[in-house]
Design a binder for this molecule. Structure first.
Ligand SMILES: Nc1nc2c(c(=O)[nH]1)N[C@H]1C(S)=C(S)[C@@H](COP(=O)(O)O)O[C@H]1N2
Ligand SMILES: [Mo]
Length: 378
């Protein structure tokens, strides 16, 4: 169930004095997702711009944040020549700062839209956002620790955050990424988001940034990076965040050996305006949204006003990139009052096309069907 909560109200609830003035309505709001306050969705109306404002950027935390400690260091260990311990200040001093613009999307975004329904947080569209992230290349950090050529292939970087599970029986949020992905120049140990130090909700002081890959790899509140021979074990690697290796019948049970980690997110577009169920005056109409693919830059977005019989190209804005969104806009004239339904579909430069129906899977990941929005022209 969605409930609107403003950031001011969130802060008030946390007993924080309000020292700033109210901002524009949407840019200051998050939608509560389920019972826990650490899971917050971005309002759909914000998917009309290149950068999602940090105060409205979705939040997904399994256990809630640890205490804020700006000096918390991350250790770099395992199969490296010399163990390092680096705070955000150390990273800023030691490594060139790199800024990437990237989509951060939870694998479970759109889970509520899969048919049949799948248990888990019932995200609709709001578990995604785009921001700029600034930090050190993980590659540079690993090289500084003396990662040898013999360990630069086939190994895995285990990644741990400082957030403690609520009960001793709850498994820690331990993840790993293959070394090849860790050495990709876009993979960062980031200290800033949208030009400011990370907020606690988004992983302060340090988080991993893995453009093109689902949010579960973007570990927050980093405490340990360890190069190991094997993939990490445990619930969050072996059970959660896994996808069928092949297409499966909706509702079916998939055996573990037919599952692989969910990594690159598939192509998708979301219409941010008009909002479903809204009203617009007759005359010029504008369909605006965002489109992204974890696999390749967006090549085109098309809009249909006749349930997919015919499609027209939308105008794109923003620099296309892997795991990076562009804004699309399609204008048309609606002279008569009545109901209008718009569909959007994106295609990337590798020819991946957004499907009419999303591929169902047991955990409800990566819903990416054509987004349909209906509104009343009056
Ligand atoms: N330490 C830690 N890192 C974490 C998580 C977590 O629970 N603990 N949640 C992950 C998941 S599932 C997602 S989708 C992203 C969400 O990042 P955000 O809250 O900054 O939007 O953080 C990831 N990093
Ligand atoms: Mo997630």
């Amino acid at each position: 169930m969605h409930r609107m909560i403003g950031r001011r109200r969130l802060l008030e609830a946390a007993g924080v004095a309000l020292a700033f003035s109210p901002r524009s309505a949407l840019a200051d709001e998050l939608l509560r997702q389920g019972r826990e306050p650490q899971n917050l969705a971005t309002p759909t109306g914000l998917y009309d711009r290149l950068i999602t404002p940090t105060p409205s950027f979705f939040v997904r935390s399994h256990f809630g944040p640890p205490a804020l400690d700006p000096n918390r260091a991350v250790s770099v260990e395992g199969l490296v020549a010399s163990k390092l311990s680096l705070s955000a200040a150390d990273l800023k001093k030691t490594f060139p700062a790199v800024t990437v613009t990237a989509v951060l999307q939870c694998a479970g975004n759109g889970r509520a839209l899969h048919v049949p329904r799948v248990p888990g947080l019932q995200w609709q569209h709001g578990a995604v956002g785009q921001a700029t992230f600034t930090g050190a290349r993980l590659r540079d950090v690993l090289q500084k620790a003396g990662l040898g050529a013999e360990h630069a292939k086939g190994t895995h970087v285990h990644v741990l955050g400082a957030d403690a599970p609520p009960k001793p029986s709850t498994p820690p949020f331990l993840r790993s990424i293959p070394i090849e992905r860790a050495l990709d120049p876009s993979t960062l140990v980031a200290w800033a988001m949208n030009g400011e130090d990370l907020t606690l909700a988004h992983g302060a002081p340090l988080r991993l940034v893995v453009p093109g890959w689902a949010g579960d790899h973007w570990v927050k509140w980093l405490v340990r990076l360890a190069v190991q021979k094997e993939e990490a074990k445990g619930f969050f690697m072996e059970t959660a965040y896994r996808m069928p290796t092949e297409k499966v019948e909706p509702g079916s049970v998939v055996p573990p050996e037919k599952m692989r980690p969910a990594t690159t997110f598939p192509i998708k577009s979301i219409i941010g305006a008009p909002l479903d169920g809204s009203r617009t005056p007759k005359g010029p109409q504008k369909v605006v949204g965002v489109a992204f693919s974890g696999d390749a830059p967006i090549a085109k977005v098309e809009v249909s006003l006749d349930d997919g019989k015919t499609w027209r190209p939308a105008k794109l804005e923003g620099e296309p990139g892997v795991g990076r969104w562009v804004v699309f806009e399609y204008r048309f004239e609606q002279k008569e009052p009545g109901r209008v339904r718009a569909l959007a579909r994106a295609t990337d430069r590798k020819g991946n096309a957004q499907p009419e129906r999303a591929a169902w899977n047991p955990s409800g990941y990566f819903w990416n069907a054509w987004h349909a929005v209906s509104w009343e022209v009056t």
